[in-house]
Ligand binder design. Structure first.
Ligand code: HEC
Length: 473
């Protein structure tokens, strides 16, 4: 790890220096008086990109260096947990605030799109306008069909909220999951991975997810919104299934969220902002405007809008073990994603004055049915219906409990039955049925430390037998 951090710091320093020289060279060229409007525009753009890149290098250099030094200074000391908690808090706070700004802007602009007056008293160049009142002030907005004839000097861009959301989220993955991959990424009951492999799977899934999505966007699929959504859901389903069968449930959920978040920020970085830059360039240099640029950006921005509700669920999912901890966790995740995107669809249509109650009802019903199907009560009623005889239950107990719970324990540690609890006779077992349910089925705190290697299937046999009345004939 140290060599990796130092190498990254050195690289950032070198790159920062390179961008500094580049911006100086470009600045010097700009003073010369031999450029066409287009060439001058490109030079100015390149120069401001170089300046922004240099600032980014400097920012990451210091964050990485200070963060790493803090980590080294406290690692192995009693201060470690405390300092990590503050780092976690600071980065998470940033992440949530940037996320609110980003998603807020997404909601707001899709709201504008849906609510524009597109018909009454519009100038030719306008696509629509909207009056609003907020915070005691009246606002009037106009949307242009393509672009105004003159690009205003002060044009507001929306991109840093997206970039900071992703960067702080990526940093959080390291702080929460990757610095202790053994405890947070890996679940031996799911797959026996090395920490490095689990981290590689996590980061690899984000790159793969964006690559697949981007490929889909440049295929003919993009012409059919419904098919696009269907294929997208299927692919996400496969990825989710794979991740939940490789990583711990909690890590799998956050990584599906990270895949979706990466797609969203990738849309901003690779498509929306470049398309907007091309539009501004054309408008400023008097070239014909390519309306398809705006459409492409609009498409991606609409995709992002549909992904907002799913991604927010996935980001808070780690507080809800009954979702990520369930054995059907991948299915729960997919229903949550599909239903919440459905709710966003209903909501978008409603803003346009189209009321599709069916979409809302189907989405909410899917959530309710799913939550019933995975509830312990429903599972119990299924288990109560599958017969399990005393012979089967007894076989499990004789194989896993009597090493300790017997008049003659064979365990190396317990010479006498713990708490006097013995399972030598059918009557003794039946009398303890309720406690067996709690300790060996619900809380899985017996066998102690699972010393005798009891499986979930064996626990289910005990559960069925007890749910059917714990009868011994
Ligand atoms: C390695 C030894 C060991 C094995 C094997 C073991 N137990 Fe226990 N059990 C203990 C000890 C020690 C205690 C007392 C401490 C405690 O409650 O955790 C205990 C307590 C219990 C209690 C609580 C008794 C009370 O008075 O509240 C129950 C119920 C129980 N065990 C059930 C089981 C069942 C069912 C199995 C088999 C599936 C099992 N145990 C296997 C060691 C063991």
């Amino acid at each position: 790890m140290p060599w990796f951090v130092l190498a990254a710091c050195a690289l950032l320093l070198l790159m920062g220096n390179w961008f500094r020289r580049l911006s100086a060279t470009l600045g010097a060229q700009l003073i010369e008086d031999r450029w066409s409007a287009a060439a001058r525009f490109d030079l100015e753009e390149a120069r401001s990109t170089a300046i922004a890149s240099r600032r980014a290098c400097r920012f990451f250099f210091w964050t990485l260096l200070v963060g790493y030094l803090a980590y080294v200074a406290v690692k192995g000391t009693p201060m470690y947990g405390y300092v990590m908690e503050w780092i976690n808090l600071t980065v998470r706070w940033t992440h949530v605030i940037a996320g609110i700004m980003w998603i807020g802007a997404s909601f707001y602009f899709i709201f504008l799109e849906n609510n524009l007056n597109r018909t009454h008293g519009l100038r030719d160049e306008l696509a629509g306008n909207l009056w609003a009142i907020h915070g005691g002030g009246f606002y009037y907005l106009e949307k242009y069909k393509v672009a105004p004839k003159v690009i205003p000097a002060h044009l507001h861009w929306f991109k840093y909220e997206a970039y900071f959301t992703w960067l702080s989220g990526f940093a959080l993955l390291f702080i929460v999951y990757y610095t202790d991959a053994r405890s947070f990424m890996i679940d031996p009951a799911v797959a026996l991975l090395s920490p490095a492999a689990s981290v590689a799977i996590g980061i690899g899934s984000m790159i793969l997810g964006y690559a697949i999505y981007d490929r889909m966007c440049s295929s003919r699929l993009i012409l059919r919104q419904d098919l696009f959504a269907l294929v997208g859901m299927l692919i996400l389903g496969v990825m989710t299934y794979a991740l939940t069968h490789l990583l711990s449930g909690r890590a799998a959920f956050i990584h599906v969220g990270a895949v979706i978040g990466t797609i969203m920020v990738g849309n901003v970085f690779f498509t929306i902002i470049p398309s907007q830059k091309a539009l501004v360039r054309a408008a400023k240099t008097g070239q014909p405007l390519d309306a398809s640029l705006g459409q492409k950006a609009g498409q991606r921005s609409l995709h992002n809008n549909y992904l907002t509700l799913p991604v927010v669920f996935l980001m808070i999912s780690n507080h809800f073990p009954s979702t990520f901890g369930h054995s059907w966790n991948w299915l729960i995740l997919m229903v949550m994603v599909a239903a919440s995107a459905g709710i966003k669809h209903y909501w978008n249509l409603l803003e346009r004055g189209v009321k599709r109650t069916g979409v809302l009802v189907t989405s909410v019903l899917a959530l309710v049915l799913m939550s019933v199907a995975v509830s312990p009560a429903f599972e119990d009623s299924l288990d109560a219906a599958i017969p399990a005889s005393f012979e089967e239950a007894n076989a499990v107990i004789q194989a896993h409990c009597v090493q300790c719970h017997s008049a003659n324990p064979t365990d190396d540690q317990w010479a006498a039955a713990p708490n006097g609890v013995m399972y030598d006779t059918p009557e003794q077992i039946a009398a303890m049925a309720d406690k067996i349910m709690i300790r060996a089925v619900r809380t899985k705190t017996m066998p102690q430390g699972n010393k005798t290697g009891m499986t979930d299937e064996e626990r289910t046999i005990l559960k069925r037998w007890i749910l059917q009345g714990a009868r011994i004939q």
